[in-house]
Write a protein that binds this ligand. Structure first.
Ligand code: FES
Length: 203
């Protein structure tokens, strides 16, 4: 399956790639120009180093966490906020298992820096569960849309995001829209049935 551009963190102003590019450029400038200009020194000073105290808004709740600049949102969610729904399957986000919403858009928590999520509203699969659970997880249960379940949290969030944006989607559009998520157990047909039920207002 091809990966949807929508499911990358490319929209983020401070994602892992831009951070690495920025810090790499600053390091190279320092090494190559021992007599660097004031402007170069100011640029290098913008590179963030060491543990940073930030506030994350996750599932409507503000929490203070301490993260390194390299800490991913997935690591912060799982190890500091005990939200283990999003899964660390592939570090590059190609599985879709770490899908969460950031300001309503699906992103891979495994490729989004925790610092990039500060000031944004993050929603994880946990926000869709509980006593008053969302129609999407209910539809997954109804259609037996999981086997091992490892991909399921990412799919549930991805379906919720897709249906929010495409409330009248066809089956073909759903298949296309979810192509950033991979299920190694091959439960795609039941996942699509579940998503179609949600589109039709069922469950
Ligand atoms: S249910 Fe096992 S990977 Fe999807």
């Amino acid at each position: 399956m091809t990966k949807s551009n929508e499911y990358t963190a490319s929209d983020s102003a401070f994602n892992r790639r831009s951070f690495l590019q920025g810090s790499g450029a600053a390091a190279a400038a320092t090494a190559l120009h021992s007599s660097s200009t004031e402007a170069e020194q100011q640029s290098a000073a913008k590179v963030v180093r060491g543990a940073q105290a930030i506030t994350l808004n996750v599932n409507g709740r503000e929490s203070k966490v301490t993260v390194e600049p390299r800490t991913t949102l997935l690591e912060a969610l799982r190890t500091q906020l005990d939200l283990t729904g999003a899964k660390p399957v592939t570090a590059d986000g190609s599985s879709g298992a770490s899908t969460v919403l950031m300001d309503g858009k699906p992103v891979m928590a495994s490729t989004t820096l925790a610092m990039a999520a500060a000031g944004k509203k993050v929603e994880t699969v946990e926000s869709l569960g509980g006593d008053d659970s969302d129609a999407v997880p209910n539809a997954f249960v109804e259609h037996d849309a999981q086997q091992c379940g490892f991909c399921t949290p990412g799919f549930v969030v991805a379906v919720r995001a897709f249906v929010n944006k495409n409330p009248n989607a066809t089956e073909a559009q759903i298949r296309q829209g979810l192509n950033g998520n991979i299920c190694r157990c091959g439960t795609y047909n039941n996942i699509i049935k579940a998503a179609l039920d949600v589109v039709k207002g069922g469950v």
